[in-house]
Design a protein around this ligand. Structure first.
Ligand code: FPP
Length: 250
């Protein structure tokens, strides 16, 4: 008999990514593969959100950003949009006591103007109730796209310039980064995409400039804590050079 026990994935706890961002893809394909409605995939996806948040928190990861709903997702069939909004809001409301217990702080980034009032109210309540959390910061990107975010930042910087509050020649990388919705957190070190597609889908385009990218064929509903550890261990085997030579970073 072969030993079917998966060897534990050893991680260097001193070199964990400070910020992990995840494109949670494959809910629909997971559901279709089992002859279920797409919405069943999203329901199962929420279960994965819970276990991956727990694992990230247990490992001591600083920030976990999840792409829960993109600007482009507004163009999906209305019933799926409504179901997703409802699912996200009810899950967040239900999980709030556990988030507080585990010192998790929730933040939301995205275009609030397009979100249903009821969803916004529930998310805002959880953000307020978890604001004292000093452990993992869980960031939900909802009604989010990088192009929306960068355009919004450009608009605000232009308004400051027009008002004479900033000199256009003094605009730097930091000015742009400081006006993004994500200004409160460091850039992701590791970007994970489930579902096998090799693309970044308008997610954190500015912020992933030097992120390590990890794509797995596993659909999001099947993604396990051991898969997260595998992605982190892959990240730990890479040499991050930030544009320098291998010799320079040694
Ligand atoms: C992509 O799968 C997934 C989404 C558009 C939604 C992800 C949302 C959740 C997992 C729920 C999040 C809940 C909380 C509480 C944050 P897809 O439908 O595009 O899958 P496909 O590529 O197989 O069609």
């Amino acid at each position: 008999m072969f030993n079917t026990i998966t060897p534990d994935i050893q991680l260097d706890m001193a070199r964990l990514p400070r910020h992990i961002a995840i494109i949670m893809d494959g809910n629909g394909r997971w559901a279709q593969a089992q002859g279920l409605d797409r919405s069943a995939g999203h329901v199962q996806g929420v279960t994965t959100v819970r276990r991956i948040t727990e694992e990230a928190s247990r490992l001591g990861i600083g920030y976990l950003t999840l792409y829960a709903f993109s600007t482009e997702n507004w163009n999906r069939p209305q019933a799926e949009v409504d179901a997703l909004m409802h699912l996200i809001a009810t899950a967040i409301e239900r999980e709030t006591p556990d988030l507080i217990k585990n010192h998790v702080r929730l933040r939301v980034v995205g275009d609030r103007s397009r979100m249903p009032a009821d969803t916004l109210a529930r998310l805002d309540r959880c953000v307020a109730d978890t604001s004292a959390g000093d452990g993992l910061t869980l960031v939900l990107a909802i009604s989010y796209s990088s192009r929306w975010e960068i355009t919004d930042a450009a608009r605000r910087i232009a308004a400051m310039a027009a008002a004479g509050e900033i000199d256009p020649s003094a605009i730097t990388d930091d000015t742009v980064a400081g006006n993004l919705a994500t200004a409160f957190m460091p850039d992701p070190d590791l970007l994970i995409r489930t579902g096998g597609d090799m693309r970044v889908s308008n997610f954190l385009l500015w912020q992933i400039a030097y992120a390590e990218i990890y794509v797995t064929d596993t659909f999001w509903p099947d993604f396990q804590p051991s898969d997260l550890r595998l992605a982190i261990s892959d990240f730990q085997r890479r040499q991050r050079r930030f544009g320098l030579t291998g010799e320079q970073v040694k």
